[in-house]
Ligand binder design. Structure first.
Ligand code: 9MR
Length: 391
């Protein structure tokens, strides 16, 4: 009982309470476009999902630098949790040893305070966007275990300490599980320098720096059969060691083909059964043909016209399929709403999505709920309908 009270207090502190407890958000409407033909009034997504879970977006560096005010307005209107798409990654926050830069992250926090939104910090420990100096020892030698551990702790205590009480959730460790069959953890510089304990140590350091923050393990494809057992193994081992971990983040970088709803639902159940919250942290559903099905940013394919078929616009039939996919996944999230803390989209509108450049540079993808003009797509209405049908 005590544990229950503590954990609901913790979720309230992290901003999940309002959503979980059905707190009211005033209904307001936006004009989605200044153009005469689009005078449609649409409800903000966050209003539609009030009382269910928080609904969020990744906020780009351009938005945080004040260079994309149209997207900023959409973020403020539709979302009640904001994640820094790039601004809080180690390469931005500590580009060289001991030189911390918080400007963009601080702007995200201010923006969230003005909008009453929950800030998610992304990410403390990753193998990408982490400067090489972390792994270099004196005299060009590889870093020693002690020094790597000291740097890991220092980075986390400084960053989480800086945002203590203001960043309510942290993606503490990102993408630590291997994609390869037969291999458990990804071979990262952190693993090589410290060994498997780097993961537990990262969570301990984050908890020490802000005991009130919700701490998340975040990864892609962990809902899929090939990666789920390894994920359960990692989560169970952390829990068995009493490591402070509170949630698992399913990134949700999906494609029209290749998503298996039954598998997803089963994974949510299995993760929740460990006593963890489940966050959908980076949702998008790409429509372009792509051989690669993950989110490993080192994967690249060459650009050919066949794999960039919708440069002139998205055919209605594909937009309908896309909407249907969103309806399906939202139905699942809503069915498990007591376990889902938030659903965050990886971007605001199609024009700003990373998928236009991944795994092929320079394509025209349509993964989000709003089009390049900021207009709601069929996928937006599908998500809205799912919310209304599951009150
Ligand atoms: O969207 C991000 C993109 O702008 C960056 O170039 C990229 C490379 O670091 O990272 C993207 O975000 C990734 C996230 O941080 C972790 N999961 C996969 C996301 C998509 O690559």
């Amino acid at each position: 009982m005590k544990e229950k009270t503590e954990s609901s207090a913790k979720y309230r502190a992290a901003g999940l309470g309002a959503a979980l407890l059905g707190g009211a958000v005033a209904i307001s409407f936006i004009q989605p476009s200044a153009s005469a033909k689009a005078q449609r009034r649409i409800p903000p997504l966050k209003t539609a999902f009030t009382g269910k879970f928080l609904i969020g977006a990744a906020v780009s560096r351009r938005i945080l630098r004040g260079e994309d005010q149209a997207s900023e307005a959409m973020v403020r209107t539709h979302f009640n949790t904001f994640t820094a798409e790039n601004s809080m990654k180690p390469s931005n926050v500590q580009p060289s040893e001991g030189r911390f830069t918080f400007d963009e992250g601080d702007r995200l926090v201010r923006m969230a305070q003005q909008s009453g939104a929950v800030v998610v910090g992304h990410t403390l420990v990753w193998h990408q966007q982490t400067p090489d100096w972390f792994f270099q020892g004196p005299n060009g030698q590889p870093v020693s275990r002690e020094l790597a551990l000291a740097r890991l702790r220092k980075h986390i205590s400084t960053v989480v300490g800086h945002y203590r009480g203001r960043v309510k959730q942290w993606d503490v460790v990102n993408e630590a599980i291997a994609d390869e069959q037969g291999q458990y953890l990804r071979q990262t510089p952190w693993l090589k320098a410290i060994g498997e304990e780097y993961i537990a140590e990262a969570f301990r350091a984050a908890h020490k720096a802000d005991p009130g923050a919700i701490l998340i393990y975040n990864d892609y494809n962990i809902e899929r059969a090939y990666k789920r057992p390894k994920t359960l193994r990692l989560l169970k081992s952390l829990l068995a060691q009493k490591v402070p971990i509170h949630a698992v983040g399913i990134q949700g970088h999906w494609r029209l083909d290749g998503l298996n709803p039954a598998e997803l639902e089963d994974s949510i159940r299995q993760f929740a059964a460990l006593g963890l919250k489940v966050m959908i942290t980076e949702l998008d559903i790409g429509v372009l043909p792509t051989r690669y099905q993950g989110a490993d940013i080192s994967a690249r394919e060459a650009l050919t016209p066949e794999i960039n078929p919708y440069t002139a616009g998205l055919p209605e039939a594909v937009a309908r399929q896309h909407a249907e996919r969103y309806r399906e996944v939202f139905e699942i999230f809503l069915r498990h709403r007591q376990h889902i803390g938030r659903v965050t989209f990886w971007g605001v509108h199609d024009g700003g999505s990373w998928l236009n450049n991944f795994p092929v540079r320079g394509r025209t993808d349509y993964p989000l709920l709003f089009d390049r003009q900021g207009q709601p797509k069929p996928a937006y209405f599908a998500a809205l309908k799912a919310a209304r049908d599951n009150r």
